[in-house]
Design a binder for this molecule. Structure first.
Ligand code: HEM
Length: 561
């Protein structure tokens, strides 16, 4: 067995062994090692998200579906297997916390849902999850359409200007545009604050981007340099970071104060609303619905309310049981979790669509048939935007956000052998850091036909049954009426929004938001990439984004019906 001073790439477990064993170093592995350490700052993401974004081979093929990476005394286990992922995320979820991720995010998100310890998480998830009830989502669709309209109008004006100069297309960095759009939406949806970033700049917007940038930077650094004593006073970027954080915190504190001062104790109880809310609450997975006190969730006339935000919900419905710091952590977490992820999904969806004009036309045909030039509504989204919704899912399959899920074992565990491991499984000592490489899993040829190709239709077709022991294959009947092809339908082969109790709390919000964004763009415009697809370089951090923007050519749609 070949030992390197720096790293052991430990591949799929040989038969008859109960530990993850070292395997000889192949040329591919040597290449991988070189790449791993070429850029130490990309360690956590570019490497462990599969170690293969860009030109590197699939870790799944090269190193097995469960393998261990060791850096001196420190070892990480990388998982690209739905059976093992299911075990970690759902079956034994409470034996793990967020480990490295919590270390990185705690200074920013405090005890928000993402980094929270299990006790805090149990309390807060129960309070926050009901906030995403169906009437809230219905009210949010209006926010999505209003904000998307601002973006589309901006493009239309630019295009008119271009037409008057005799041109027919505008060139835009759509990644930047989607980032502004997603920021405006999340600000309104979470705390009814209009960043207005599609049309203007402000100190708060700058601070949000500064903080996101630092979060991203930290997620690509293995050494937590920000924990070095006095770093926050001495290191200039740390000083800037804390200044940015203060700007946002002051803004959030003001919003919380305002929400508490205007707390509404009496609600207009709409019977139909209550019924809908009841259904939405009961539909939620049992770990929060069982303990949710449905009767307490009085209902307002959500569609006519001025402020339908989650903050309003948390203060009005649950006002007395939370302190301001926790509330601020919750808001900050949702601001960050819901911003870049959605912007990235829209970016990669357009990147993929722009290379497939026939799929753009197919999407436009669906839009024309359902909406014509009307704006989407909650009902039309749920019932009629099937093709656009699978475009969103397929974009998330190819470019998962985040590309890896991070866990640390709180107690010893035995991972199942997985689809090609042996029956004994993999022992995991307490403290082991685990990275579920969603990127690899989503591109594994064992679970996906033509895994690297953009084929949204794959989610609409009846899947051939793949006979893998312990994996239940694709079966839409496991999640009837699901808004998107989820982890239940795919038995953890699709983890676009994670799975198990710590699954994304904003999944439906995000799917509807992305669908509205795409619908309203494709309703009016045709999109092409400005340069060749290869010129759009990938950078991985907390999300996968481009190095220099997604530069596209936008023209007025030629085939409007
Ligand atoms: C968690 C993806 C949008 C709030 C997660 C997780 C994933 C994910 C994969 C699980 C992380 C893990 O298991 O470690 C996405 C994607 C989005 C999106 C791809 C957009 C397309 C949103 C939005 C919100 C949100 C819009 C809020 C409004 C959260 C929160 C968690 C989470 C609070 C932590 C949940 C918990 O631990 O209980 N997200 N998300 N996300 N997401 Fe999202």
């Amino acid at each position: 067995c070949c030992h390197s001073n720096i790293v052991h790439l430990l591949a799929s477990k040989p038969k008859g062994s109960s530990s993850i064993r070292c395997q000889s170093t192949s040329t591919n592995q040597q290449k991988t090692k070189r790449n791993l350490f070429d850029n130490a700052s990309n360690l956590l993401t570019n490497l462990l998200s599969g170690g293969n974004l860009g030109s590197m081979p699939l870790a799944e093929g090269a190193h097995g579906a469960v393998y261990k990476l060791a850096f001196g005394p420190k070892a990480f286990v990388v998982v690209s297997d739905p059976i093992v992922a299911r075990h970690i995320l759902r079956e034994n979820a409470f034996s793990y916390d967020k480990g490295v991720l919590a270390d990185i995010l705690e200074p920013i998100m405090g005890k928000g849902l993402i980094p929270a310890d299990l006790d805090t998480w149990k309390q807060r998830r129960r309070v926050i999850a009901p906030g995403f009830h169906s009437l809230y989502l219905e009210a949010m669709v209006k926010v999505f359409t209003d904000c998307s309209e601002r973006t589309v109008s901006k493009f239309e004006k630019l295009l008119e200007g271009e037409h008057s100069r005799g041109g027919s297309a505008i060139e835009l960095d759509l990644e930047a545009e989607f980032s502004s759009l997603a920021l405006d939406i999340i600000g309104l949806g979470v705390f009814n604050y209009d960043f207005g970033s599609v049309t203007k700049e402000s100190p708060v917007i700058k601070a949000v981007y500064g903080t996101l940038f630092e979060a991203e930077h930290r997620s690509t650094f293995y050494i937590p340099y920000w924990k070095i004593p006095l770093a926050r006073w001495i290191v200039p970027r740390q000083r800037k970071f804390y200044k940015d954080l203060k700007v946002i915190n002051d803004c959030l504190d003001g919003l919380i104060r305002n929400a508490k001062e205007t707390r509404q104790d009496t609600y207009k109880v709409a019977v139909v609303g209550l019924r809908k809310l009841h259904v939405a609450t009961l539909e939620m997975p049992k770990y929060h619905s069982l303990e949710t006190d449905v009767e307490k969730l009085q209902q307002r006339d959500y569609l006519n309310i001025k402020d339908a935000s989650l903050l309003r919900f948390l203060v009005d419905m649950r006002g007395s049981d939370v302190d301001d710091t926790q509330l601020r952590d919750d808001l900050m977490t949702m601001l960050i979790a819901g911003h870049e992820t959605t912007a990235a999904v829209l970016t990669w969806a357009v990147f993929l669509l722009a290379q497939n004009p026939s799929k753009i036309r197919k999407a436009q045909a669906e839009i024309d048939a359902v909406l014509g030039q009307e704006k989407p509504t909650y009902e039309s989204l749920k019932n009629c935007s099937r093709y656009i919704r699978v475009i969103v899912a397929e974009s998330l399959r190819l470019y998962p956000q985040p590309p890896l899920l991070i866990r640390r074992a709180l107690k010893p565990d035995l991972l199942p052998g997985g689809y090609k491991g042996d029956k004994e499984g993999y022992p995991i000592p307490t403290g082991t850091d685990i990275f579920i490489s969603v990127y690899n899993l989503h591109r594994s040829p064992h679970f996906w036909d033509r895994p690297h190709e953009f084929e949204p239709e794959r989610f609409l077709e009846q899947r051939k049954s793949i006979d893998i022991e312990g994996w239940n294959g694709f079966d839409p009947s496991r999640s009837p009426g699901a808004l998107y092809p989820n982890e239940v339908v795919s038995d953890f082969a699709f983890l676009g929004f994670g799975g198990g109790p710590r699954k994304c709390v904003g999944d439906q919000f995000a799917v509807m938001e992305s669908t509205v964004g795409l619908v309203m763009l494709l309703q009016k415009f045709d999109v092409e990439l400005k340069g060749p697809p290869e010129s759009v370089e990938l950078v991985t951090g907390a999300t996968i984004h481009t190095k220099n923007g997604l530069w596209c050519k936008l023209t007025k749609r030629s085939n409007v019906h």
